[in-house]
Every structure is written in C-alpha cells, then in structure tokens.
Design a protein around this ligand. Sequence first.
Ligand code: HEC
Length: 230
Amino acid sequence: MIGDGAGGLTIGRFGWKAIQPTVEIQTAHAFAGDMGLSTPVLPDHWGDCTDAEPPCRTLPHGAQPRLGNEEVPRALLDLVVFYSENLALPARTQSEDPQVLRGKQLFYEAGCASCHTPKFVTSREARHEAHRFQLIWPYTDLLLHDMGDGLADGRPEGQANGREWRTPPLWGIGTARTVSAEAGFLHDGRARTLEEAILWHGGEAQAARDAYAASDKAERDALIAFLESL
Ligand code: HEC
C-alpha cells in the first residue's frame, strides 16, 4: 500500500516492497530515481537530489523546449510503458517431465503455492484489450509477507516494514542463467542458486522452507527442476 497523493491509500503491485501501483508510475520512478530524468509524472529534473543539495538541483538538465518541459516527454514515456507492459514471457519447458511433475507436487505440498500463487485470470477491465480475461501463471500473490530476520533490511517503504517483501513472480525464473551466468536471486541477489533462495526463506515462509529442507535429495532436486521449468 502506498499513499495515492490525495490522502488515501492505493494498492501497490510493483517493486520489491510493492510500493508502485502501475507500470507507468514504476517506470517514472525508475527514470527519476535510477537515471535522474524528469517525466510528466515526476517533473523534477534533479532525480532524487534533496533540498539539502542545491548545487545538484541547479545543474543543467536535458529538457528540450520543442518537446515539452520534461526530459522524457509524454510520447516517449508512453512508448516505454507500452513496451514494458507487453513484454512476452519465455515459454515453459519440460512441463510433462516426470521429475518436473514430482517437483510441482512438492511445491504445493510444502506450501510454496500459498504465496507463489500459481495462476490468475486477468480483469475484464484491463486497460489493453489484449490483456483482458487471460489465464496467466505468474506464481505470485503480489502481496507483502514478513520473511523473517535473515531477509530483513530494516528499511520501511510505503506501508511495508523492514521485514516485509512482495512475493516475486517465479514465471521465467528458469531462464535467469540464460540472461546472466552470475544471476543472483532474492531482493539483493545474495542467493547464488534457487536452493539458496529457498533456504533464506523465514518468517511466514519458515514452515515451507523447513518442509523443503526436510525432503530427501531426489525430492529437493525435483522441486528445483520444477522451478527451472517455469
Ligand atoms: C510466506 C510467503 C512465501 C512462501 C510460503 C514461499 N515464498 Fe518464496 N518468496 C517469498 C518472498 C516474499 C520472496 C522474496 C524475498 C526476498 O527477495 O528477500 C520469495 C522469493 C523466492 C524465490 C527467489 C525469487 C527471485 O526472483 O529472486 C524463490 C526461487 C522462491 N521464493 C521459491 C519458493 C519455494 C520453492 C517455496 C516453497 C518451498 C517458497 N518460495 C515459499 C514468499 C514466499
């Protein structure tokens, strides 16, 4: 949950602590906070420089008057948002493989699916027609959970406290190593493998983690094979 700017609260869906409600606002924050670029959503040119940094706030910026007052004009922001909203997912692999099917069973039995919710049907009112009433398999509830001391960063954001994280989607996670051989998992990339990521789970996920740890090696391997098939 995050303030809606009008004194109320709105549900966050994006970001590690679920503080951004839409792809557009998430994108505008990335332009501002990560790149120091102004958009019609966040029109300050100085990114995250504070009141205590006047020289930073008065540095030259890249807005071109012929395109508007912001460095990233509305048409460009719309294109980047449209692109992000329409990125395709990698297809699932080996979904009929017996080891993968065994791992899938363990995923449910261990309680992983209580947060990594396998499937949803999208709203009939989605903004883009192509996104309406679609069966999707994101493996997330998009909600915050207390993940225990081991994962806590002690840094509240929005309504999330320093121990809470949004369940990340697991679709496509099997392709992480295709993208980068050194890909790490969890919010700070500390887990070198999917197994390490599971073993860091604590708090509300302690029982699921312990069920995984108590399984024999063949079962643990099957669960990892299932994750890699997503
Ligand atoms: C109580 C909710 C909950 C349960 C139960 C749970 N998870 Fe998670 N999972 C999370 C959250 C929240 C994170 C993100 C934590 C972080 O980044 O610090 C996460 C992260 C992960 C990641 C890393 C994803 C990434 O992109 O880095 C994997 C893999 C994963 N979980 C698998 C599992 C498996 C397998 C189980 C069952 C053994 C399980 N989870 C049970 C909430 C849960």
